[in-house]
Design a binder for this molecule. Structure first.
Ligand SMILES: Cc1cc2nc3c(=O)[nH]c(=O)nc-3n(C[C@H](O)[C@H](O)[C@H](O)COP(=O)(O)OP(=O)(O)OC[C@H]3O[C@@H](n4cnc5c(N)ncnc54)[C@H](O)[C@@H]3O)c2cc1C
Length: 500
């Protein structure tokens, strides 16, 4: 069952000290709101910051009032960013998590289906009752049954293939992990998980507000639970997401028509505009595996090198671009290599690399989507899941002779999905598998390409995301051979930098 617990929050150090010493006066509330109230006053007060914090601590009611005025009435929302809130979220489905993790300025750490064996815990969506609930439970039961069978078969197979690993506990866990990693393609999106979720008060408010009108009942419940937990300690910073609280505080209605209906309107317009649109025909766009490059900065190498020259030379952009062009490919490559000569696998490439961007269309499994969406520095817009795109079958599942059964399970899940979708167009997705696929449009700059490559092409990365990251990098390298030359997994980096 869904549960949200406020796990922690920012607190003024003086309040922490007083609490520890048992010296906190009974009438002083240890709330994080005093930090944002004090910092909000910095812009207009001549008093030193520690004194502003002391004033805010002494009068919490005044701090709350000033938060309401400064953050919401004056629109200085960024002061709410000084308060961080942490939440334990339990009993949430993988599908609902997609909605939560859409908020890219927050932080998440979730239970991994790669490392933890699943015992069949799943969310039963409120949307389904009667026959629909029975259909849902039946197919989820089949998914869990197949997961167990696949896990056992894969585990046995991996043990036979890797006897050298079995001598240590770590080795045994690694082998077990490989089996879980592939068996999970049979798990559905209703599977329950848990996570730690942290964000600053501004972003938490944004999440609560956005999820409040989500089409899935579970996600709306998550929004309410986050609101209740955040309101426990920061009521003056969580106002916009509650129309009643907003009305009470400001005597007018909050305008939330777009959060309520904006997405629906866009979907309706998109469907209407595309109805009857002819297929574009075979397109001649660079492609690697399931990734297609649909757009990019013209001359991305020139853009990056020109930006490096621009920051250094004091000359105009036009002059720098002409020089970057005149250097030719070899000259640009040499310049990039020299500029990055001392870059280690822990350093971000310079910001100038953000001047080259790429838009790619990726077809990927739900399992892979769950990983790629965690890269927050890219623009990421998914289509709905589409069983028509087929499924991703792990090679190991085929090796142990279970491909046919996985495909049959995916087909049965897809027909239950189609039946449920007639009445519950969004909740039907709960019955789809981690193996089902969707299309995603991704725009990322070259700096993020480097970061994704470093983590996701590395040998520790899971094979599905490794393949997609490899394709993203291959396309970026084709478009920007000089600037993207060192984008690779962190295990390969030293050799590549040395010129391998
Ligand atoms: C092998 C492997 C195993 C993993 N296992 C798990 C797991 O079990 N559970 C799980 O939940 N996740 C797991 N992850 C996902 C991982 O924790 C990251 O969420 C994911 O890789 C995104 O990378 P990132 O946060 O470095 O960068 P991105 O989100 O791509 O951002 C790029 C860079 O921007 C900066 N940045 C972005 N946002 C922030 C921020 N809010 N604060 C500070 N800096 C920021 C950082 O410098 C970051 O490196 C795993 C990843 C790998 C590679």
């Amino acid at each position: 069952m869904l549960q949200v617990i406020l796990a922690g929050h920012t607190l003024d150090r003086e309040l922490v000290r007083a609490l520890r010493a048992g010296e906190l006066p009974a009438d002083v509330e240890p709330t994080p709101e005093t930090i944002s109230a004090a910092y909000a006053r910095i812009s207009r007060s001549p008093d030193p910051v520690p004194e502003l914090r002391a004033q805010a601590r002494r009068d919490v009611a005044a701090s709350r009032k000033s938060n309401r005025t400064i953050v919401f009435r004056m629109g200085h929302h960024s002061v709410a960013e000084h308060v961080t809130l942490n939440f334990d979220v339990l009993g949430v489905s993988r599908l609902a998590l997609e909605a939560l993790e859409d908020a890219r300025l927050c932080s998440y750490t979730e239970k991994s289906q790669r490392y933890v064996t699943f015992g069949g815990e799943h969310v039963v969506p409120e949307e389904f009752d009667g026959g629909d609930r029975e259909r849902f439970e039946r197919v989820v039961g089949e998914q869990i049954g197949f997961y167990r069978k696949a896990f056992e078969r894969l585990h046995e197979w991996q043990r036979r293939r890797h006897p050298e690993q079995l001598g240590t506990k770590l080795g045994q866990e690694t082998v077990e992990g490989w089996a879980k990693e592939d068996a999970r393609y049979a798990l559905g999106l209703a599977t329950e998980t848990q996570l730690g979720f942290s964000g600053n008060a501004r972003n938490v408010e944004h999440v609560i507000r956005k999820l409040r009108h989500h089409p899935l009942a579970e996600v709306r419940g998550l929004s309410r639970a986050l609101f209740d937990a955040a309101s426990e300690v920061a009521p003056s910073l969580i106002i916009l997401s509650d129309p009643e609280r907003f009305r009470e505080a400001f005597g007018r209605e909050v305008s939330d028509a777009f959060v309520r209906r904006g997405r629906e309107t866009i979907e309706r317009l998109g469907r209407a505009a595309m109805a009857g649109a002819p297929a574009a025909g075979p397109e001649d766009r660079p492609r690697d595996g399931d990734v297609t490059l649909v757009d990019a900065t013209p001359e991305p190498d020139v853009a990056v090198v020109a930006a490096l020259l621009h920051g250094a030379s004091g000359r105009s952009w036009g002059d720098c671009r002409e020089r970057a062009r005149a250097l030719g490919e070899a000259g640009r490559s040499a310049l990039v290599r020299e500029a990055l000569a001392e870059l280690s696998e822990f350093d971000a490439v310079p910001r100038e690399f953000e001047h080259a961007w790429f838009t790619m269309e990726v077809v990927l499994s739900a399992a892979c989507y769950g990983q790629l969406k965690r890269h927050r520095m890219m623009t990421f817009t998914p289509q709905a899941y589409d069983p028509g795109l087929g499924i991703t079958v792990p090679e190991a599942v085929a090796e142990v002779g279970l491909e046919g059964e996985l495909r049959a399970l995916a087909d049965r899940s897809a027909s239950v999905w189609a039946e449920l979708a007639r009445r519950h167009p969004r909740a039907a997705d709960y019955v789809l598998l981690n193996a089902h696929r969707r299309r995603v449009l991704v725009t990322l700059d070259l700096r993020e390409v480097y970061h994704v490559a470093r983590l996701r092409m590395d040998r520790h990365a899971q094979w599905d995301i490794r393949r997609v990251a490899g394709s993203i990098v291959a396309l970026a390298r084709r478009a920007a051979p000089a600037a993207a030359a060192l984008a690779c997994g962190k295990d390969e980096y030293a050799a590549r930098r040395a010129g391998g």
